[in-house]
Design a protein around this ligand. Structure first.
Ligand SMILES: Nc1ncnc2c1ncn2[C@@H]1O[C@H](COP(=O)(O)OP(=O)(O)OP(=O)(O)O)[C@@H](O)[C@H]1O
Ligand SMILES: [Mg+2]
Length: 367
């Protein structure tokens, strides 16, 4: 959930709202605080307000309501170029009349860094993005992905305290993208740079970030470390948006003393779950279970596991894992992922079996 500002916050949004047309709020009451040195990612579907938040932080848009602070000082009235922020935006172009090396040297010149030091930093930044050989070219003589890499180098070359990146790896192929993901986080941590990163690639968000803020409809739905977000989603939106997720529909029958709820699934089956954001008997719920938490091998089932009948619809060998699609409690799209271990059984379509999971791995969320 969104949090209030804290003492050692470096970037702070306090009750920030944004409307472009004076009617609809595209950012709704945003509270966010980012400590110094953190790598924070804003993740969410298209139109959820991520770029708008970054643009307000950068100073290209103003908040309709609320306060944005940097290092404890309100920046609402400070123009973009005086905020000392490194930026990589998709539409934040390189200077076309300058060479690549000149583009990178520019933010250093502005900061009065001497020629020798400048050349060293430019070379290092270009090497980092594997563009060392292109210093003498102009932006128009580079491919889209190469320009993006130069833009990234330019944002980092003056070692700013805060860097904002909006989908900076969008135009790169998978291999280069993964290499750059590693380079960016490594460099940001090494230099102690605070980073606010925007992506709609959830794998990228999970692998790069200290924390991820999941956006939907102008609000932060949950903000947490990647493992918490994946394993303890606080609502159905987050459970569905992050990773693969199985859902079963039902009704809360009983709230038990041991932090468990008894849920009656729509096909009549009764199961124990962890109640997350449901609290009343009679409330409809969407039960959520991760594919790798489901076991179909009796000898691997842990004591206390709950079992349900299932039918195998499809079995896919994926090398490192097996991905099995099952029919469970009326859901034909129930996925189980199992590690390809020597003693792991391969299933056949049509096979009837019992699957199981631990009640604490099964979360009762909003319907
Ligand atoms: N300059 C603008 N004028 C009017 N409406 C805008 C403007 N920029 C964005 N919007 C609207 O504000 C909402 C949020 O847009 P925003 O660009 O912040 O989304 P986003 O999360 O970055 O999406 P994407 O993943 O597609 O980049 C959208 O409904 C969009 O149409
Ligand atoms: Mg955007």
């Amino acid at each position: 959930m969104a949090e209030s500002h804290s003492r050692d916050a470096f970037v702070e949004f306090e009750r920030v709202q944004k409307s472009y047309d004076g009617e609809t709020l595209v950012v709704k009451d945003l509270n966010l605080s980012v400590p110094k040195g953190e790598f924070l990612t804003m993740l969410g579907p298209s139109g959820s307000g991520k770029t708008t938040c970054l643009m307000m932080l950068a100073g290209f848009e103003t908040a309709t309501h609320g306060d944005i602070r940097l290092g404890g000082t309100s920046i609402n009235n400070i123009p973009p170029h005086k905020r000392g922020i490194g930026m990589v935006f998709q539409n934040y172009a390189l200077f076309p009349h300058m060479t690549i090396a000149e583009n990178l040297a520019f933010p250093l010149e502005v900061r009065k860094i001497g020629k020798d030091e400048r050349e060293k930093k430019v070379k290092r930044a270009l090497d980092m993005v594997e563009m060392g050989k292109f210093g003498g070219r102009r932006p128009a003589q580079l491919s889209g992905g190469q320009q993006q890499r130069v833009a990234l180098a330019r944002a980092l070359v003056f070692e700013p305290e805060l860097v904002l990146m909006d989908e900076p790896l969008g135009a790169l192929d998978k291999q280069l993208r993964e290499k750059m993901q590693f380079e960016i986080t490594h460099l940001a941590h090494q230099l102690g740079i605070t980073t606010v990163y925007v992506t709609h690639d959830q794998t990228e968000a999970l692998t790069m970030s200290d924390r991820v803020a999941v956006f939907d409809d102008g609000r932060i739905q949950q903000i947490a470390a990647p493992d918490i977000l994946y394993e303890q989603p606080e609502n159905s939106f987050v459970a569905q948006f992050i990773g693969e997720n199985n859902t079963l529909q039902g009704v809360v029958k009983e709230i038990k003393a041991d932090n468990l709820a008894l849920v009656e699934l729509d096909d009549g089956e009764l199961i124990d779950c962890k109640p997350v954001n449901v609290s009343k008997v009679g409330e409809r719920t969407q039960v959520s279970i991760r594919p790798e938490r489901v076991e179909f091998d009796k000898k691997r089932l842990q004591p206390g596991a709950h079992t349900l009948k299932a039918e195998v619809l499809e079995f896919v060998y994926m090398g490192d894992i097996f991905r099995t699609r099952l029919r469970v409690a009326g859901n034909d799209d129930f996925i189980v992922k199992t590690r390809n271990a020597p003693d792991q059984r391969r299933l056949q379509p049509g096979e009837q079996l019992e699957i199981g999971w631990l009640p604490q791995d099964c979360r009762a969320l909003d319907a």
